[in-house]
Design a protein around this ligand. Structure first.
Ligand code: NHR
Ligand code: GAR
Length: 204
């Protein structure tokens, strides 16, 4: 059994997609905890109702990123994670934190990286006029949104799109690729070499 800890800041729909896939597909994994940096994250209610332990480490109560990250790391490590999953987690993490979880920290970013790192990705896509947009699952490194890429999904950008319609189309794909990528990790099929991710063939 692999232990997975999921970090959220808000709604938690990607967290929910992973929890549901783990249960429906009977992964050899346990969602050990859902941890939020905000007390009002909607996803905490879902987690509690699903019987998953929750914890809150309120980022705004810490005076530095280093202190917050140390507190967050201590809380995460209580659950002995094999994998830590960022799912709509909105705080940039310091290098010591990222290094502690090297090779076992994943994120989903709502753009086709390396395009549009950072925030407001759908707005950036619309203002650049790109015709294809999407989402990227990647291992997290200290270099924001630049870690080794595990999976991507593309969607069309349509002439009448607003940020909301585009975000919704991307989110639908996120809910497909993120559980799949986490499953690959649980199955032990992912290796990183020269900054690139290799997916081993399905053993079955
Ligand atoms: N940390 C590191 N070191 N590397 C990455 O690749 C990270 C990371 C932390 C979070 C998710 C990321 C995304 O997918 C992520 C990847 C937050 C911000 C941000 O600017 C940027 C990227 C991501 C998450 N956060 C502001 C900050 O000052 C706060 C914004 C807010 O609270 O709304 O931390 O996009
Ligand atoms: C998702 O679209 C995710 O890719 C994005 O926020 C949304 C969270 O939704 N993440 C980031 O922008 C990270 N900076 P969710 O809480 O419903 O999963």
């Amino acid at each position: 059994m692999k232990n997975i800890v999921i970090l959220i800041s808000g709604r938690g729909s990607n967290m929910q997609a992973i929890v549901e896939a783990a249960r429906a597909e009977k992964w050899p994994a346990r969602i050990a905890a859902i941890i939020s940096n905000r007390a009002d994250a909607g996803g905490l209610d879902y987690a509690a109702a699903a019987g998953i332990p929750t914890a809150i480490v309120v980022s705004k109560n810490y005076s530095s990123r280093a202190e917050f990250d140390a507190a967050l790391q201590a809380e995460i490590d209580r659950f002995a994670p094999d994998l830590v999953v960022l799912a709509g987690f909105m705080r940039i993490l310091t290098a010591p934190f990222v290094d502690h979880y090297a090779g076992r920290l994943m994120n989903i970013h709502p753009s086709l990286l390396p395009s549009f790192p950072g925030l407001a990705t759908h707005q950036q896509a619309l203002s650049f006029g790109v015709k294809v947009h999407g989402a990227t699952v990647h291992f997290v490194t200290a270099d924001l949104d630049h870690g080794p890429i595990v999976a991507q999904a593309a969607v069309p950008v349509l002439p009448d799109d607003s940020e909301d319609t585009l975000a919704g189309r991307v989110l639908e794909q996120e809910h497909i690729i993120y559980p799949r990528a986490v499953r690959w990790f649980v199955e032990g099929r992912l290796t990183i070499e020269d900054g690139r991710v290799h997916l081993a063939a399905d053993a079955r």
